[in-house]
Every structure is written in structure tokens, then in C-alpha cells.
Design a protein around this ligand. Structure first.
Ligand SMILES: C=CC1=C(C)c2cc3[nH]c(cc4nc(cc5[nH]c(cc1n2)c(C)c5CCC(=O)O)C(CCC(=O)O)=C4C)c(C)c3C=C
Ligand SMILES: [Fe+2]
Ligand SMILES: [Fe+2]
Length: 340
């Protein structure tokens, strides 16, 4: 029973147990967004919205929008739709892995926080963050903690969620900026790596693969890379790994700019050239599995590494696991305690 639902009423209508009040506080778990279908038109719609955000691509609009709509989207929609089709989850609770896992994660966090109303939302596509906030207000919610599912802060992701909060005045909100060295989250990631290695055997090397970012943004002060480094080091320390037993790299490069180095693909190449045959890859920048982890790492990069004679074992994201839900619930509780 959802926390806000009434309990049974006696046949004469008198309540047998006191009725729970509807929660007046919400927790909104926000993820990036994803297409509604694995089709070129849905991918075009999603990428069109995502890549039109100045936080993501800062080129002058007169230059970027024609390039995006006349070149990039027509070229990208069909091949990217095929990639989504290869990872699409079946069933009523399926769909794009990013959407399905985020929805399930919100349910898992709801189970930990019965006195709040916990919902999922997306920065691009549906369920849209702005619509979710208005919906919550209509349901009687009076304030919301907004938790972007980005452990590391970036101007391209977290700040873009803050942009929506700044222009959407449906509810008073407080946003969690990052949780890259939150002890509960670090423990959850370290425990998931340990459990995976115990169940499947430990590779000779552990690769922490984070989504990349243009180097220019880092040079301009984006703390993302520093936070990735601090988090990876803290997780490696919890696992008792020697410094030469793990590497941090960046994946999912887009466009022609110089992006953060080293790249995940180049690092795997270098490891193979050094004779490393078994590599475990974990992607702690992604709260839930998505096209970038499932298609790019677990399928495409694993195949390339196999072509060098090696085995890449992909360690899944925390997704809707209990330790993940527990860590996020603690972060949300603290944000509420510190609400000023
Ligand atoms: C300039 C382009 C991009 C920047 C900057 C960028 C930053 C960034 N992205 C994530 C997390 C995710 N990105 C995902 C997909 C994705 N990212 C880009 C481009 C940039 N990302 C594109 C074009 C795509 C779509 C796929 C493709 O066309 O190749 C996803 C997965 C979405 C899904 O549907 O599964 C996530 C998650 C972070 C954390 C980040 C900055 C730190
Ligand atoms: Fe991205
Ligand atoms: Fe990608």
C-alpha cells in the first residue's frame, strides 16, 4: 500500500485505523532522460531536446541548431535507435533501461521512505521534471527534495537540473548537488564490486569508466573530473586495491572537441597490449544502467577486448538494489534535516 493511501474503512464508513495523511514532502529522483521508443523518430525527438540545451552544447545557436537538425540528428537517429533496440527491456515495466531502472529505483527508495512521496523524473523527455513538480503540487505536496542521479556534479548535467528548478516555481525545492564521496554510496559501490568479483572471479585489473566531458569545461572550473578521481580512489581504497591494480578512464565521447583522457577504449587497448587478459569494468558515474554502459561497455567494448584475446567483465550499476536505495534514502533524509 502506498504510504499516502487510506487504510480499510469499516462497512459503515467509520475508519478502523487512523488514516495516514498524504505526504506533504516529496523526493524527486531525476535522471538524464531517454527515448520513449527504440525508433529513429523517438531518438530524434529525445536527442533534439537534449542536445539543444546550452548546458550540454554551448556553441552559438545560429551555428549549432542548423548543424544539429540538418546533419547530426539525420545521421545519428537510425544507428542510435538500433543500439537502443539491442538493449530495450521487455514487458509492462520495461522500456529503455535508463527509464525502467530509474522507475524501479524510485519504488525501492519509496519503500525506505514511507513518510515521503518518492517519484522519478527526467531532465529531457518523459516523465518531464517540470511536469512532475506541477503534478506533485496538485497532489497536495508542499515541498520537494530533488536528487539528480549524478553522483558527480557537472555543469552539463546537475546545473541543467538546477536550471529547471530556477524557472519552474511549482514548489519550494532543495537540490542535492552531488554525492561523489558520500560514505553510504561509496560502500554500496565497493560492496557491489566485491560481490561481483566473488561470484564471477576477479579480473587482473579494475577499470573505473566514467562518462566523459569536453576538457574545455573542466579547464573552465567544472569539478566533475576531480570528483570522479576522488570517488574512484575512495572505492579502490575500500577494496584494498594497490594503485597499479586500477585505472580511471572516460567513455562516451561525442563530437570533435578534446574530451577528458584517458579514454576507456584507449585504456582497454593499452591493457591488452600489456598482456592483461581479464579486466573488470565498473561505471560508478551512472546510477543505473543505460545505453552507455550496456551497449557501449558491456557489448561494444567487451567485443573489442575479446578480439584482443581478453575477457571484459562488466559490473552492473547499482540500479534498484537495496544498498543503492538505502544510500539514496539517507542522502535525502540529510537534505531534509538541513532544509533551511
Ligand atoms: C556534448 C555532448 C554530451 C555531454 C557534454 C554529455 C555529458 C554527460 N552525459 C551523462 C550521462 C549520460 N549520457 C547519456 C547519453 C548521451 N550523452 C550524449 C552526449 C553528451 N553527454 C549523447 C549524444 C547521448 C545519447 C546516446 C548517443 O547518441 O550516443 C546517457 C544515457 C541515456 C540513455 O538513454 O540511456 C547518460 C546516463 C553525464 C553524466 C555527463 C556529464 C558528466
Ligand atoms: Fe551523455
Ligand atoms: Fe555512447
Amino acid at each position: 500500500m502506498p504510504a499516502h493511501a487510506s487504510r480499510d474503512a469499516a462497512p459503515d464508513g467509520a475508519p478502523t485505523v487512523p488514516t495516514d495523511p498524504a505526504p506533504d514532502t516529496a523526493l524527486v529522483l531525476v535522471n538524464l532522460g531517454t527515448p520513449d521508443a527504440p525508433t529513429p523518430s523517438a531518438v530524434r525527438r529525445y536527442l533534439g531536446e537534449f542536445l539543444s540545451d546550452r548546458r550540454v552544447v554551448a556553441l552559438p545557436r545560429w551555428l549549432w541548431l542548423p548543424l544539429l537538425h540538418l546533419v547530426i540528428l539525420p545521421l545519428r537517429a537510425t544507428p542510435v535507435a538500433k543500439k537502443y533496440a539491442s538493449i530495450w527491456l521487455p514487458g509492462d515495466d520495461g522500456g529503455s533501461p535508463l527509464a525502467a531502472h530509474t522507475r524501479r529505483l524510485a519504488r525501492a527508495v519509496q519503500a525506505q521512505l514511507p513518510s515521503l512521496r518518492v517519484v522519478d523524473a527526467m531532465r529531457y523527455g518523459t516523465p518531464a521534471l517540470s511536469a512532475r513538480l506541477r503534478e506533485l503540487r496538485q497532489q497536495g505536496v508542499r515541498r520537494a527534495v530533488v536528487l539528480p542521479l549524478y553522483p558527480q556534479y557537472s555543469t552539463t548535467t546537475t546545473a541543467s537540473v538546477a536550471d529547471v528548478l530556477a524557472r519552474e516555481h511549482a514548489l519550494p525545492t532543495r537540490m542535492v548537488e552531488d554525492y561523489h564521496v558520500d560514505a553510504g554510496w561509496l560502500d554500496a559501490v565497493a560492496d557491489s564490486i566485491r560481490a561481483h568479483r566473488e561470484a564471477n572471479g576477479a579480473g587482473e585489473h579494475l577499470l573505473f569508466s566514467f562518462h566523459g566531458l569536453p576538457q574545455r569545461l573542466v579547464d573552465a572550473g567544472d569539478p566533475y573530473a576531480r570528483q570522479c578521481e576522488a570517488g574512484a580512489a575512495a572505492i579502490a581504497q575500500r577494496l584494498g586495491l594497490a594503485r597499479d591494480a586500477w585505472t580511471l578512464s572516460y567513455q562516451s565521447r561525442f563530437g570533435r572537441d578534446k574530451w577528458l583522457e584517458p579514454s576507456t577504449e584507449g585504456t582497454l587497448h593499452a591493457l591488452a597490449a600489456r598482456g592483461v587478459r581479464n579486466v573488470d569494468v565498473v561505471a560508478p558515474g551512472f546510477a543505473v544502467d543505460c545505453i552507455e554502459t550496456l551497449e557501449e561497455v558491456a557489448m561494444m567494448l567487451a567485443e573489442k577486448f575479446a578480439a584482443h584475446g581478453g575477457t571484459l567483465r562488466y559490473i552492473p550499476c547499482l540500479n534498484d538494489s537495496r544498498p543503492h536505495a538505502h544510500a539514496l534514502a539517507d542522502i535525502a533524509r540529510r537534505a531534509l534535516e538541513n532544509w533551511t
